[in-house]
Structure formats: C-alpha cells, structure tokens
Design a protein around this ligand. Sequence first.
Ligand code: ZN
Length: 292
Amino acid sequence: MAIPKSAKFKYEIIQDYKVPNGKAGRFAAGKPTWVVVHSSGNPNASLESEIAYMARNQDSAFTHAWAGHNKIIEIANTDYPAWGAGRTANKYAVQIEVTEDKRLTKAQKLQAIDREAFWVAVQCAYYGIPLDKVYSHADISRMYPQDTDHTDPIAFFKSVGVSWSSFKEQVKKYYDVLVAGGDTTKITSLDGQKATVMTSKTSTNTNTGIVKKYAEKGVFYPNETIIARDAPTTKANIVARYRKGENLTYHTVHVGNGYVWLEYLRNNGKSGFIPIREYKNGKYGKAWGTIK
Ligand SMILES: [Zn+2]
C-alpha cells in the first residue's frame, strides 16, 4: 500500500501458507496495526522443523512468518491475525519468529535477525504501521501480563550482541528506504555485510497442476481486466485487478491449472500471479494482452 514500486527488496519474502485465512479471526481494525517480534526459544530445532511443528500445531499457536539465516517464509496470510502473543496483541499484530537453531554460526544468527528486521520494516511500510508499534514479545508480556509471560526475543538477540534498541534501529533503516522507494540492498546487515542477498528462491507454492515453470522477464499489458492471485491457481486469494492501460513486470512463467500465469513481485515483496491466456490439454488460448 505504501511501498513505492521503485523500492528494491534485499530479501525475498517467500509465501508458503500452511494456515487457512481467518483461522484466528479478524484484526480489530480490519488490518494489522502492530508488529510483534519473537524468537523460537528452541536452540535444538531447525527452521524447517519449527515450521513443520507450527503447521501441525496451528490450532494452539502460530505466527505469520519465520526468519532463518537464508530465507524469510510466511506461513500465514498477514491480512489475518495469528495466535502468538496473547489474546490482546493477537487482535492487532502481525508476528514473526526467528530461529534460535544452535547449529547456526553467530554470523548466521545475525543474518536471521537481519531478515526478521527486514520483514518487520516491510510490514510497517506496507500496512502503515508506526515504528513505535513494533513490540517484542517481552514488551507484550509487560503490557498484558494477564495474557502472556514470554520474554523473547531479548535474550537470544543479546546472545549475539543485538540489543532491542539496535534491532529497532535496523528496522528503521530498512523502513526509511522502503517508504522512499529506495534500494534496501545497500543497507549493511547486522552481520556487518552489505548485501547478504541469497540466491532468490521463487515462490515455494507447491500447488499441483503447474506443468511447466521457467524464468522469463517482460512487461505484460492486459487488454481487459484480469484478476491476479497469490498462487498460480484460480483457487488462490485475489490480490489485485489489472486493467487495460496498466502493465506489470513479470519474472517467471508458470503453465498449468488451466492457464499460463506470469509471476511478478507485488509492492509488499510477495509474489502475484496473473493468468494471461488459457492452457488446456496442451493447447494455448488467445492471449488477453501483449508482452513487450
Ligand atoms: Zn514469543
């Protein structure tokens, strides 16, 4: 909403939703107005096993996103609440966990925390959340002791030399550049490296039905109104409508689920998928626009 299209994302935010929309109800304001920052509290679990555990146990608790040393993954749609910080905060906050996996080096832990800071900045910029509404789980426990008593992520951050205030400064660095439409790859990460951008892994949406997928860059100009979604299937959530006279720059082509889909980067850092022609039984339909 508030991130200009010119903004360059240092890290990709992968969407691999494991939680149905609306599982934890609706936000009090219809959209998130706070952010809550967590750490996993479990040094013995990998990012992947944490996510698998959370997906299995989503009836008791889940957060929207996870940060690891080489990826940021959203497992729940941020337009809907999560269950991670008690009943009051949950009505307001988008929430992220960072892995505390002890097998990571100190530098890797800092890279994970840096990704967490980046995700927080993207949420603030995208939803218009003020930076003073970024809370640690520890903050929430102080504010609402009847709801929750966790003190993360303070001790974990401290273990690698990151104070809560320095974390928030890092969030602000990313935020300021994002809202100005600048290049966040130029910001030094918490591990002291400039661009620790990892090879971009495109969407992990493993929806079956995609028979072919390949990288291709171009600009698509629709000649009628077309609905874009958050996965290459008409069963996915609607994220935008593109009309005649508009255009979008895409980076990957997916073929399947009845259509040819173009994958593009939305202004919230997530992928959008727009169908541009039918594809049935190996035959292509007429394109609903032009590619340049
Ligand atoms: Zn927590």
